[in-house]
Write a protein that binds this ligand. Structure first.
Ligand SMILES: Cc1cc2nc3c(=O)[nH]c(=O)nc-3n(C[C@H](O)[C@H](O)[C@H](O)COP(=O)(O)OP(=O)(O)OC[C@H]3O[C@@H](n4cnc5c(N)ncnc54)[C@H](O)[C@@H]3O)c2cc1C
Length: 392
């Protein structure tokens, strides 16, 4: 079967791109997904993410953040769905932790209030929820542009608009091979498809798929152990009363922890951490939430939170695709101008997805690009970095 454009991978980046292609008048677009359309085995599932501006990130990222925030709001209004909601984010750690200083620099520029507050002040604002030691500092980010996003709902909305616009979504179709040429052949476990252009948005599987085209991507994959815990007083942890908490202790080289307000499941809050351990993407389900991961999160809860159970109620793991500079790669596959890809979204894929869909569509249509993506191209990495990360 022949198409104008084939998009491989229906996570948030692929679904956003497929939607933008149809919106921009491309008629025959195929979106291929190896699992079922709204599966939970990649990076884009779940009930909550957050988006905020970090002024220390490259201009391209900040422009894409602004455009994406606009699109999320427009789609929320158009579809009558709550894709984004205002939220506060509090980053905390020891006063001497470089992460705290970086966060102050990143949010100070357009903060309405002084963002730095003491641990004592934080404990008195949240006496029944938080308990921090005196030598900690907190960066309070309540800028209007800081939002909580609804990931699975966003992916479903892009896919729905894509299909209603005439696009074809085939799930349970795994792409085994991509054969370059004027008309690219995309081989799946259920048959072959062809098209003039192909966009690869395969998340943590992108390095494996693109390596078949002779290109190594500097992307490593890590698992996040996402757990939900019951709280004593759900009302005290509701979205309008409790912020998202982010904890990092670079001094002790500890993992990064996150705690979210009660949002997706009544009576439960989400607490998770990102292991600094690399995995093979196809081994992502091995081991489940082992005692070691649960113990780490429970220790975090016991140390810094109050009124939260210490036995998890739900476990929903997720994978990160990380580049050496924690920024995505958006480019043509070297040597193949009709094969485009976007991968390695690290922890900012939702923050950028609408703009990524737009820029990939412009690349497909050979139009001038709305964003200067030179800082996101593959060529920013040296051969050594490509090989180093590829070996991990
Ligand atoms: C716990 C956690 C918290 C996060 N928090 C935030 C946050 O607060 N803010 C933020 O902006 N970002 C956040 N992120 C990052 C964000 O979720 C990701 O960057 C984003 O989801 C990446 O989307 P993707 O489309 O690239 O990958 P995916 O969602 O994994 O999509 C890739 C898709 O391609 C499919 N695929 C792969 N290979 C093939 C093949 N051969 N054939 C067919 N289909 C294939 C996969 O099945 C998958 O569906 C977080 C990530 C995690 C894990």
């Amino acid at each position: 079967m022949d198409y104008d454009v084939i998009v491989v991978g229906a996570g948030v980046e692929g679904s956003s791109t497929a939607y933008q292609l149809i919106k921009n008048g491309v008629r025959r677009v195929l979106l291929l997904e190896q699992f079922h359309a709204l599966h939970t085995r990649g990076s884009s599932h779940g009930g909550s993410r957050f988006t905020r501006k970090f002024s220390t990130q490259p201009d391209a990222v900040n422009h894409m953040f602004a455009e994406s925030a606009k699109v999320y709001q427009e789609l929320s209004d158009k579809c009558g769905k709550k894709l984004c909601t205002p939220v506060s984010v509090v980053s905390f750690g020891r006063k001497d932790c470089p992460y705290i200083q970086r966060t102050i620099d990143a949010v100070r520029e357009d903060s309405v209030e002084q963002p730095l507050i003491s641990a004592r002040e934080m404990n008195s604002r949240f006496p029944d929820q938080i308990s921090m030691p005196d030598d900690f500092s907190c960066v309070w980010d309540n800028r209007p542009s800081t939002k909580l996003l609804a990931p699975s709902l966003i992916v479903a909305t892009f896919q729905d608009l894509f299909v209603r616009g005439g696009g074809v979504l085939l799930d349970n179709h795994c792409v085994m091979d991509i054969v370059p040429g004027d008309r690219v052949i995309v081989r799946t476990n259920k048959g072959d498809f062809s098209s003039r252009k192909v966009v690869i948005t395969a998340g943590a599987w992108a390095p494996k798929l693109i390596s078949k085209l002779g290109v190594q991507l500097p992307i490593k994959v890590q698992r996040a152990e996402v757990l939900y815990f019951k709280v004593d007083c759900p009302d005290k942890f509701s979205l309008d009363k409790f912020p998202i908490l982010v904890y990092e202790n670079e001094v002790l080289k500890m993992d990064k922890f996150y705690a979210f307000p009660q949002y997706e499941y009544p009576g439960l809050i989400k607490v998770y951490y990102r292991t600094a351990r690399d995995i093979e993407v196809d081994d992502r389900d091995e081991g489940g939430a082992g005692p070691e991961s649960v113990e780490k999160v429970v220790q975090f809860i016991k140390t810094y939170l109050r009124g939260v159970a210490t036995t998890p109620a739900i476990f929903e793991p997720c994978v990160y695709s990380l580049t050496p500079d924690i920024l995505p790669i958006v480019d043509e596959v070297p040597g193949h101008s009709n094969l485009l890809f976007a991968a390695g979204f690290s922890g900012i894929g939702f923050k950028l997805a609408p703009a990524i869909g737009q820029v990939l569509t412009e690349m497909v249509l050979d139009r001038p690009l709305s964003f200067d993506i030179s800082t996101l191209r593959l060529s920013r990495f040296t051969m050594k970095e490509k090989l180093t990360v590829a070996k991990l």
